[in-house]
Unconditional design. Structure first.
Length: 173
C-alpha cells in the first residue's frame, strides 16, 4: 500500500508538496495562476486540479494537510479576499476529488517543525533552514534562475512533513 503526504501552502505564491511514506520528496508545484489581460494573475483552477491528480496518481492512501488562512491585523481587504479565495479553491478541489484533509494552523505546524531553530519572529528564514535540513538533496529554489530558496516551497514541504509525522504518531497510538 503506497501512502503519500501532501502539504498545501495556499495563496497565489503558495506551493503544493508531496512526500512518500518514508519522507522522500515526490514532487513540488507552485500554485498555478494565469494572467488575464492587464489585471493581476488569477488562480488557474483547472491546473490546480491537475496538480492534485498528478500528486495522488497511483497512491492507495493520501493524507493532505492544508495551512489555515485567516485575516491578519492591518491587512487590506483585497489581500484578505485573495488569500481566502485560494484557500477555498484548494478545499473545494480536495472535496471534489474526495481527498480528506486536515486544516493546520501556522502556529501548530511551525511549533512542531521549527523547534530548535533560532530566530524568534523570523519564521520565513527558519522555514528555509528547517527545509534545508530535512530535505538536503532537494532544490528549494523556485527555479534554476533563482539564487535563494523559495519560502513558500519550503513551507509546503514542512506542512507535508508535519502531516506525515502526525500520521505516524496516530498509527503508534
Amino acid at each position: 500500500m503506497s501512502s503519500i503526504f501532501i502539504g498545501i501552502d495556499p495563496g497565489k505564491l503558495g506551493h503544493v508538496a508531496s512526500l512518500s511514506a518514508d519522507g522522500g520528496v515526490r514532487g513540488t508545484w507552485p500554485t498555478p495562476t494565469i494572467k488575464m489581460g492587464k489585471g493581476k494573475p488569477q488562480y488557474d483552477i483547472l491546473s490546480m486540479r491537475r496538480i492534485l491528480k498528478e500528486a495522488t496518481e497511483g497512491c492507495d492512501s493520501v493524507h493532505v494537510a492544508i495551512e489555515k488562512q485567516t485575516a491578519m491585523p492591518m491587512q487590506g481587504v483585497v489581500s484578505m479576499f485573495s488569500i481566502g479565495e485560494g484557500y477555498g479553491i484548494w478545499q473545494g478541489l480536495l472535496s471534489g476529488l474526495e481527498l480528506s484533509y486536515e486544516v493546520v494552523t501556522p502556529q501548530k505546524w511551525k511549533k512542531a517543525m521549527l523547534a530548535g531553530i533560532p530566530g524568534v519572529g523570523k519564521d520565513k528564514k527558519r522555514s528555509v533552514i528547517a527545509a534545508g535540513r530535512l530535505f538536503p538533496g532537494v532544490d528549494l529554489r523556485l527555479n534554476e534562475r533563482c539564487r535563494v530558496a523559495c519560502v513558500d516551497k519550503c513551507e509546503a514541504l514542512l506542512i507535508a512533513e508535519y502531516g506525515r509525522r502526525q500520521e505516524c504518531i496516530m498509527r503508534k497510538n
